[in-house]
Structures are given as structure tokens and as C-alpha cells.
Write a protein that binds this ligand. Structure first.
Ligand code: KG4
Ligand code: ZN
Length: 359
């Protein structure tokens, strides 16, 4: 079914406010991104070297309505044309999630639209389908690596991704952020490490890879961060953080990045064999990293690799709207007392929702 300007149905307006990006997008038919507006709060949080929840929530409040207006204009659609409102309701910072869900509920109520709450991590997996013209080879193996999570998922059907491995401690992005802070490279750490690493030697310092040897595919990144700390400050942490030359800093950044990338690539390679994956996708902010993309391509040349465009990797609302279309087709509907949760939860648990094919 199409509407006047030719877009496929359903036309989903997606809202994302789980952390430090305010985002609104409009996606047609679960695939065609008609608008994808994002406001990053990086500058607001930079002085604190991390996300301050109160500041994040306030900024979402300031930005969300203008972004919505812009998305509708970019897509040349009116609110009346929208079929579904999809919003991240888990996992994330509760005060931030409340801003997005409150706006989504208000829109759903005033414009009489169905409302669907979306799991942010499942949406990172679903980003592989955005703008995709060919059918997805299944099973799909998806690596989601961000500031808060590092997990591997297997999906035999769009919209249903099962977690098969995760970091037992820090997320990969969190380790990069902390390493950048120790190296005086600023915030956010991932891009800063990548920039510094460009002129460094990735073999200069041999950091241990974070691979657990217990038969699982789980990972660990906190030891790596501690290894960098001891490398800089000595075995008894007796030294203050040393002054580093640009070359030393570049070598440390390159070696640290290499250890993170090698750990992720190794786990993806093992998981691919164990789960007979036909395609592999990456998502989350760390998936923007060029060294990761390069090494995955080297290690897994014989399987379809899906590297979504950069704006679909870090937090965005196009992935929320895309997954919203899948849930809509399945008959998922939430009610106006949709709750938010800081953690990801078993599908459907703790949520006010009805299912069935009602609009
Ligand atoms: O998915 P995301 O935008 O937000 C979360 O849900 O956390 O991911 C943010 C994380 C941060 O830790 C940031 O340092 C990292 O992604 N990141 C990168 C790059 N760009 C962002 N890590 C490595 N290389 C990058 N180019
Ligand atoms: Zn995310």
C-alpha cells in the first residue's frame, strides 16, 4: 500500500532518547528512511567525561519537538499520514526514556495512532535492514558494541534476535572511553582513540585480548583497561599519569584499539562457525570504527558483511522506526501506560501491551 508521495506502508515515526542522542526518524515499509534527525549531546557532556543523566534529560526536552517538526518536513509528510508511533522504552537512562515515551504517548493520544515500545538493543540489530534492497540471508549474526553494551545476537527471523554472548564487565565503548581519558584524549573516547591510533603502531604494546576460556563466547574488557592503567602508572600505581609524547600516545591508542578490535573479531569469527551464520552485521557506536570494519572484512571475507552507514550505527531513531514496522506487522500494540525500564527485559514482560491485529 502506498501513500500520495509513493512511500510504502506502514509509515512509522520513531523516537529515541535512551541516552545522549535525541533522535526522530520516519521510515516507510520498515526499510526506506525518509527522515533521520539526530541531536548529539556530546558537547554538553564533554566537561564531565561522560553522560550526566540530568543534563541529558533536560536536553532531550529542549530538542525533541523541533526534531519532530524537522523530520516531518524532511519526509514531506504530515502527522496525520503516520501509521504508528514507535519509541525506545528500554534499556537506557530512565529520566531520558521518560522524555521520549511521554512525547510518543502524547502524539499517540492526540493523533489517535498506535503506540509501540521498542527495545533499543534489538533495534541496533535491526539497523542492518535499513535501506537494504535485497533479502537478508539468515541466520544473521549481529555484533552490537556501544558505550553501554557489547553483545552478539543470532537472528533467524527479522525482529527476533537472541543474545548468544556478551561482555561480562565493561562494554567495548566504555573501555575505549576510559582509555581515552587516561591518555588525555578527551571525550567521547572511541573516535578520539581512532584518530590518535591512525599514526600509531598497533603492535607496540601487547595488551591481552579479552577472551574468556570457559567455552562461552563471552568477552571481558575491564582487564584491558586496568592493564593500560598499570602500564601508565607502574605496578604499584606509584607514578602519576606520565607526560606522553605524541608518538607514545599514538602507539598506546593503536595498541589498545587493536586489542579491542581483535577481541570482537575473534568472537564474531567463533560465533559465525558455531551458529552457521549466513550474514554478519555490526551496530552500536563502536561499529563506526574503521579498524574494526577492516579487520572483520579481512577475517570474514567469505560471508556477507553488513556495515550499516555510520548514522545507523550510533544511536538513531531510524532503527527504532524500522523495528516498529516489524512489530506493527506482528500485531504488537502498547497502551498509554507503557513503562520504561533501565534494563533490557524478556520480550513482553513488565509491559502494558495488547497483541493482535487491531490498529
Ligand atoms: O551506540 P552509541 O552511540 O551509544 C550507546 O548506546 O552507548 O555508542 C557510543 C559509544 C561510545 O563509547 C563511543 O566512544 C563509541 O561508541 N564510539 C566509537 C567510535 N565512535 C563512537 N568507538 C570506536 N570507534 C569509533 N569511531
Ligand atoms: Zn545504543
Amino acid at each position: 500500500m502506498t501513500i500520495s508521495h509513493g512511500a510504502c506502508r506502514p509509515l512509522v515515526l520513531g523516537i529515541e532518547t535512551s541516552c545522549d542522542e535525541t533522535a526522530v526518524a520516519i521510515v516507510a515499509g520498515g526499510r526506506d528512511v525518509l527522515a533521520n534527525t539526530i541531536h548529539s549531546q556530546t558537547e554538553l557532556h564533554r566537561p564531565w567525561n561522560g553522560v550526566v543523566p540530568e543534563i541529558a534529560g533536560r536536553s532531550h526536552l529542549d530538542r525533541i519537538v523541533p526534531l519532530m517538526t524537522r523530520s516531518l518536513a524532511d519526509a514531506s509528510v504530515r502527522l496525520e499520514d503516520i501509521d504508528v508511533i514507535a519509541v525506545t522504552n528500554r534499556p537506557g537512562l530512565v529520566g531520558c526514556l521518560l522524555v521520549g515515551t511521554s512525547v510518543a504517548k502524547t502524539l499517540a493520544l492526540l493523533a489517535s495512532k498506535p503506540l509501540i515500545g521498542i527495545d533499543h538493543l534489538q533495534a541496533h540489530v535491526d539497523a542492518a535492514y535499513l535501506d537494504r534492497e535485497r533479502p537478508m540471508p539468515l541466520p544473521l549474526l549481529a555484533l552490537v558494541a556501544s558505550g553501554g553494551h557489547t553483545s552478539l545476537y543470532v537472528s533467524h527471523e527479522r525482529g527476533v534476535a537472541t543474545c548468544i554472548a556478551r561482555s561480562r564487565d565493561d562494554a567495548a565503548g566504555e573501555a575505549l572511553d576510559k582509555a581515552a581519558s587516561m591518555l588525555g584524549l578527551g571525550y567521547p573516547g572511541g573516535p578520539a582513540i581512532e584518530r590518535a591510533a591512525a599514526t600509531g603502531d598497533p603492535t607496540a604494546i601487547e595488551f591481552k585480548r579479552g577472551l574468556l576460556r570457559d567455552g562461552s563466547l563471552d568477552m571481558s574488557f575491564s582487564g584491558l583497561k586496568t592493564a593500560l592503567l598499570y602500564h601508565l602508572r607502574g605496578p604499584g600505581l606509584e607514578r602519576p599519569f606520565p607526560e606522553l609524547s605524541d608518538d607514545e600516545r599514538a602507539d598506546l591508542a593503536a595498541s589498545f584499539q587493536e586489542a579491542i578490535v581483535d577481541t570482537l573479531v575473534s568472537r564474531v569469527r567463533d560465533a559465525r562457525l558455531r551458529h552457521a551464520a549466513e550474514a554478519i552485521s555490526i551496530g552500536g557506536g563502536v561499529a563506526r570504527n574503521r579498524r574494526l570494519r577492516e579487520k572483520l572484512a579481512q577475517a570474514l571475507g567469505d560471508v556477507e558483511l553488513i556495515f550499516p552507514e555510520l548514522d545507523y550505527c550510533s544511536d538513531n531513531a531510524a532503527m527504532i522506526a524500522g523495528l516498529g514496522a516489524v512489530e506493527f506487522a506482528r500485531g504488537t500494540r502498547d497502551t498509554l501506560d507503557l513503562e520504561v525500564t533501565a534494563r533490557t527485559i524478556a520480550k513482553g514482560a513488565g509491559r502494558k501491551r495488547t497483541t493482535g491485529n487491531q490498529a
